[in-house]
Design a protein around this ligand. Sequence first.
Ligand SMILES: CC(C)(COP(=O)(O)OP(=O)(O)OC[C@H]1O[C@@H](n2cnc3c(N)ncnc32)[C@H](O)[C@@H]1OP(=O)(O)O)[C@@H](O)C(=O)NCCC(=O)NCCS
Length: 162
Amino acid sequence: MTAPNKSPADSTVIMTELVLPQHTNALGTIFGGVVMSWVDIAAAIAAGKHCQTATVTASIDALSFVAPIRLGHVVELKACVNAVGRTSMEIGVRVDSSNLITGEKFHNVSAYLTFVAIGVDGKPQPVPGLTPKTEAEKRRNLAAQKRRQSRIELAKAIKGES
Ligand SMILES: CC(C)(COP(=O)(O)OP(=O)(O)OC[C@H]1O[C@@H](n2cnc3c(N)ncnc32)[C@H](O)[C@@H]1OP(=O)(O)O)[C@@H](O)C(=O)NCCC(=O)NCCS
C-alpha cells in the first residue's frame, strides 16, 4: 500500500541551542562545524518525520553563513522537507539567533541538504509524496526541484554525458 502524501508542516522541526564557550572560536563566535552539526541533526529529524525510516545524509547541497552567531546567544534551527524524489528528500534549514537580553534577532544560516531513506535491507527505499500547501511551501518546493535538476545536470556534465 502506498503511504499517503505528507505536507512540509508534518516534518517541521524546531530545535533550540544555547551558544556556550566550548562552541566558540577566539572571536567569541560559533565554529562553523558546530552549526553544521546542529543543521545536520535538525535536518535528519525532519527527514525521519517525513519517511518514518532510517535516513542518511547524502549531501549538503548548500550552506551559507550569513552572519556570525555569538557566545551566549540562543540559536533556533527550523527544518522541514521542501521536496521529495523517489527515495530522497531535500530538507531546508534556517538558523536564527537572538540575544535574550537586548531582544536583537539575527538570521545566520540557510542550508539545503539531501537525505535518503534507508530500508531494513540497508538500501534506498521510496519515501511518501509531499503536498506543499501554503504559498511559501509551494515556492520552496519549486526552488528545491530546480536545485535537484541542476545537481543532476552538474553531475552529468562532470561525467561528460551532457
Ligand atoms: C546516499 C546513498 C544511500 C545513495 O546510495 P546510491 O546507491 O547512490 O543510491 P541511488 O543511486 O539509488 O540513489 C538513491 C537516491 O539518492 C540520491 N543521491 C545519491 N547520491 C546523492 C548525492 N551525492 N547527493 C544528493 N542525492 C544523492 C539519488 O538522486 C536518489 O534519489 P531519488 O531516489 O529521489 O531519485 C549512499 O551513497 C550512501 O550510503 N552514502 C553514505 C551516506 C552517509 O554515510 N552519510 C553520512 C552519515 S548519515
